[in-house]
Design a protein around this ligand. Structure first.
Ligand SMILES: [Ca+2]
Length: 141
């Protein structure tokens, strides 16, 4: 994959952005926080890109919307993730935005990139060598 322009990497909404929460406790379904609600079962809402720690939309969840990005997933704290951050953790995602997103092996949009197309409600599972490799995330068209 080539051609992701710098604009998409740097964006204009430079402030991240990401809604990240440690998911715990039994009352998640009542939460006003979309990332917490997701624990109720794949509740990644329209307009959201949801990144998950584990297979099948499980584990820690990070929610992004178009205009947001994460230059370095190591800045996203994740209790229960190896190393304590969401860096090199993503194993599945749901993309319910109208864009294709890209994740990168390294921070700040460097290294190999992988697309994340729209998925509908079902999580896409990342298998093989790409599992647990994402270090930055950006939207594209
Ligand atoms: Ca993982």
């Amino acid at each position: 994959m080539k051609g992701l322009p710098a604009l998409a990497r740097t964006g204009t909404a430079g402030v991240v952005v990401a809604s990240a929460v440690a998911l715990a406790g039994p009352d998640y379904a009542k939460s006003r926080h979309p990332a917490v609600r997701a624990m109720a079962g794949f509740a990644c809402h329209d307009g959201e890109l949801c990144l998950y720690q584990d297979w099948g939309g499980q584990g820690f969840m990070l929610v992004l919307r178009v205009g947001q990005h994460v230059n370095d997933l190591a800045t996203i704290k994740c209790r229960g993730c190896r190393g304590g951050t969401f860096d090199n953790q993503m194993t599945s995602f749901i993309n319910k935005t109208d864009r294709v997103w890209y994740w990168y092996y390294n921070a700040r949009g460097t290294g190999s990139q992988r697309p994340m197309g729209q998925t509908g409600n079902q999580p896409y599972n990342i298998s093989g060598p790409d599992n647990d490799q994402a270090s930055s995330v950006y939207w594209w068209r």
